[in-house]
Design a protein around this ligand. Structure first.
Ligand code: FE2
Ligand code: FE2
Length: 193
């Protein structure tokens, strides 16, 4: 009888451990529906950003500002990589991405300054989207997503700073052609990360 009680205790203890583990696993399992939709929207936003920067590259190439065009092409490539990071993350969590239509970006701007002002504005919008995602991850107590988003939180700080720098420099030179050519040369020196 004593032996039977001992076996029962072992079985109870093992089932307790197993259920605690199962609970733990379920917390890093599939994404919450709200979070899944938000990440899906972010894939679209990153691809739109790539599309927008590619359109800006086309604008600069049409104006023979090859340095700025190069800068925009690299930016477009980075945004595609961002989209793929979100894409892979959703799939690693056992869910799937649903691709939706990407709206057409603008194709014309008043000046090179207007282009970079638009880029800066767009980065501000993306930053608030990332911050909203991080807030949602905290509310849902989704530590894995919160951790995943840290890369993007840091990335947005850099992207805002680099767009702002170009806006400031273009503002500084006013409409000066030699100034513009100098900035264009600097933008052409951007290296792939
Ligand atoms: Fe991005
Ligand atoms: Fe960006």
């Amino acid at each position: 009888m004593r032996k039977l009680n001992f076996i029962m205790a072992i079985v109870l203890f093992a089932s307790f451990i197993f259920s605690a583990q199962a609970q733990e696993y379920s917390q890093v399992g599939k994404l919450d529906k709200k979070m899944q939709n938000a990440l899906n929207e972010q894939v679209n936003a990153e691809l739109y950003a790539a599309y927008l920067y590619l359109s800006m590259a086309a604008y600069f190439e049409s104006k023979s500002l090859v340095g700025a065009a190069h800068w925009m092409r690299l930016q477009a490539k980075e945004e595609t990589e961002h989209a793929m990071k979100f894409f892979d993350y959703v799939h690693n969590r056992g869910d799937r991405v649903i691709l939706t239509s990407i709206k057409a970006p603008p194709s014309n701007w008043e000046s090179p300054l207007a282009v970079f002002q638009d880029a800066y504005l767009h980065e501000q919008k993306v930053t608030s989207m990332i911050n909203r995602l991080a807030k949602l991850a905290s509310q849902e107590e989704d530590a894995a997503t919160h951790n995943f988003l840290q890369f993007f939180i840091e990335e947005q700080v850099e992207e805002l700073a680099s767009a702002k720098l170009v806006v400031d420099r273009l503002t500084m030179i006013g409409g000066s052609a030699p100034g513009l050519l100098m900035i264009d040369r600097q933008l052409g020196e951007r290296e792939e990360e």
